[in-house]
Design a protein. Structure first.
Length: 239
């Protein structure tokens, strides 16, 4: 028995002890690295959620109502619908028309300029379209990258991040020909655009931004592929 104990004790050499210490050290370092990476991931998700909350606030704050009161004193005959849908005469009536404001200021004083909104029911996308594109603005919402203003003749190009989840343009690669895209401009006018093409290009290929539309109203959506190596291009035409 003593011989066995002595043999086992001699088996643990200084070199083996050194290796065990290195193993413990590497294990601790690995745990620290994992914790740091996880912290970065949690912070990034928090930052993305916070940014998307800003886009929702912008969207909610864009809606305004323009009211105009018309009376017979203006030598205008007024015909208004009553609650039962019957036509009746009235001395005056207030006409309400929804429109959108192009500027939104957050509580901390930061101002965002918009050109309209985009709604894609099939993939649950509903965001304000910011008036210009930058790295910081792309974290807040989708942005006008190039081209005409909403619902005008030309090619309105809109860029958005693909976070490979449900935010911004992450689901745009799932669109198919025939899907509908709704664009609302700042006057409150909404047009529907039917998807007619989807393809991928290299990041340096900007041919999709061409304004040669033969008098048509085109919307081009631009986002990254899931591996971030190429760009997904979805084009739709006003119907």
């Amino acid at each position: 028995m003593n011989q066995i104990l002595i043999t086992e004790k001699l088996y643990i050499t200084p070199e083996l002890k050194k290796k065990k210490k290195m193993y413990k050290f590497n294990f601790i370092i690995s745990i620290i690295v994992i914790v740091i990476l996880f912290s970065f991931y949690v912070y990034a998700e928090y930052d993305r959620n916070k940014s998307e909350d800003i886009s929702k606030d912008i969207l909610a704050g864009m809606v305004v109502e323009d009211t105009t009161t018309i009376s017979k004193e203006d030598e205008t005959w007024i015909i208004a619908l009553d609650g039962n849908g019957e036509v009746s005469n009235a001395d005056e009536v207030t006409l309400t028309k929804g429109s959108l404001t192009g500027t939104y200021t957050t509580e901390d004083g930061k101002t965002y300029n918009t050109v309209g909104t985009i709604n894609i029911p099939s993939i649950n996308v509903n965001y304000p379209i910011l008036s210009e594109t930058s790295d910081s603005l792309l974290k807040v919402s989708v942005c006008k990258f190039w081209g005409s203003d909403p619902n005008e003749v030309g090619n309105l190009c809109i860029a958005g991040h693909n976070y490979r989840n449900t935010r911004f343009f992450s689901k745009v690669p799932n669109l198919v020909v025939g899907d509908m895209i709704e664009i609302t401009d700042l006057t409150g006018k909404t047009l529907q655009y039917a998807v007619y093409d989807k393809y991928t290009v290299d990041p340096t290929d900007v041919s999709c931004t061409s304004q040669l539309t033969n008098g048509k109203k085109i919307v081009t959506l631009i986002t990254c592929t899931n591996d971030n190596k190429q760009r997904v291009i979805v084009q739709a035409e006003a119907i």
